[in-house]
Write a protein of this length. Sequence first.
Length: 385
Amino acid sequence: MLRNVDTLIIGGGLQACALGARLSYQGNDNFLIADPNPLLHSWVRGMSAQGLEVLRTPYTAHISPDDNPAQMWEHAHPRSNPPGDARLSRPASADHFNAHAKSVISRFKLEDRHVRAWMHRLEHDDGSGFLAHLYGEQSQELIQAEKVVVAVGLGRPIMPQGPLDKRVMHSDAFDILDLDEYGGDTCVVGGGLTAGTIAVRLAEKTDVGRIVLACRGPLTVSQLEADPAWIPGQQLAENFETMEWDEKARQLRAARVGRGVTPDIWKELTSYVDDGTIEIKEGVEVTHWSERGLQLYVPAVGASFDRIICATGYRQSVEDLPFLGPILARLDTTAGLPHVSSSFESTEISGLFFMGKLGELGGGPLTRNVPGARIAAARIAEALY
């Protein structure tokens, strides 16, 4: 079956939903969202599985196209009057944010435009636009679109090297609902919020063994997602838009250094460190591990463990998206990120846009987060119509 639309959004996470809501709000309903899972499935599952109860994002940040600073607060306390700005700036709970996000999906009827299928191949012709090949559970679908927005997820998990072993997992595979399977000694690798949260959730077990949190650098504390000089919708440097691509990429990396854990997780971590449940090893870079008897030996830590959980982030690159194969050679990239304008449109292929981390060269390090999703949605919607 061939369907024709103005815009095809690839991905079903926060970025895709923010853009879909914006387009619907502006009366532009000729779009589809392609993702094999329910909308927001990976986002909600990830936070629940890893025990993330509080976001870095404040209550003022949301994905609704309405310019309503009390949007999040209304979901937290629907019967109370909106509080002052100081109270709104505090971090949002995961439950409240998820309730808000799901309400946006419902309000703008995004499920009605959701195609439950895998993106297999994306072709482009300057004259006819884009042709997307999608595979559902039992059928193949073709979608002809004038414009395409790539709003995919986090990317390929980064893992240390070692023999394949189910006891070594990325944080993606961790689930606090299966804590009974995580007994014994555990090495949690990483110095960010996910690593700190997993260490704390493990420590909450009554029969926990030794827990070591191995951090590549000093463990830092910050509620912010990036350098505070980056204001959503603005650039860190006045001439960011005209910089060389390598310099843009350098600024992106520098802006996110040292974000570490949030104050609430730090408080829990220090409590468990004080009672000896968790040991934090800083300046330890875990690049590989090996098998030593029945345990897993981590040379950087100098100890053996029953399991290793790696909260080591993701590698996201357009080269890791197989469906872009037919057009990949036409995309200019730096550090895996496509060259895009401040409207997040490819500099090489007209009508092709990138959101989330893949759009950072157009909007800065907050582009991948909640505030950036709303800003990017507004800019892309303006460029589309």
